[in-house]
Design a protein around this ligand. Sequence first.
Ligand code: GUN
Length: 297
Amino acid sequence: MAADIIDGKKIAADIRGEVKEQVEELLEQGDVRPGLSVVLVGDNPASAVYVRMKAKACEETGIKSEVIKMEKETTQQELEDVIDRLNADPSVHGILVQLPLPEQIVERDIIMRIAPEKDVDGFHPVNVGRMVIGDPSAFRPATPAGVVEMLMRTGHDPSGKRVVIVGRSNIVGKPLAVLLMQKMKGGNATVTVAHSRTQDLAAVMREADILVAAIGAAEFVKGDNVKPGAVVIDVGVNRLDDASTEKGYRLVGDVAYDEAAEVAAAITPVPGGVGPMTIAMLLTNCIKAAREISGIS
Ligand code: GUN
């Protein structure tokens, strides 16, 4: 059995189309153009690529974006000063500080500095807390929100299903577990968060109706970890050296795709799965921020 491919690129393009319409609506209703400021500190090549992709997506949908590039030697104070300026700027509705940050910077304090109403990443503890209690005013972090959205839009409602998330990061595993267990649309699942200390991880993964891999280890999930007929969502993006390619590497996920696709009912590819969804959901958070800050519902 070959699995259906869950086409994140296509779903994300649909969402970008919806975002574009909402930008036009905001302009008509209140002469408000949503604005996103992205701060990139240092020269991490992967971060630079992600930031470029975010800015391009903004441009395509009519969201005003600026990228503020800062030296890798930037101090905590310098970065906090930039955030304070963006917090106070009424044309900026969303602020995103690309992670990871250089080691001299205390990431937690930077996240805390961003005004919660502009925290389109949903990383500020106020937004995390609101999300946990099911408050719709919370910004949902983009990657977990993208996973829920792609399940719903492909007819794989997690309600009542056994979901196993492999990985417990603050950006993906933990918030995804919260969203999927909520008593709301896109939730109502029975969620297990598995990780490096989980006993008999292979057996736990094989119980999943929906298996989400978010551990950051190339091709960690094998075909025999997947229950026949399960839905497999691969959040991982890993570079594997490959001299036969132009760039000298290729991207693979946290799932051994070919093996898993033999067993699963549906699966997300890498690239072209969760990645484009993350950017699309960031854009929807920018619209939400612009609406709430400008008082246009
Ligand atoms: N680095 C990896 N993923 C993300 C994300 O979703 N937001 C930010 N700010 N940094 C990241």
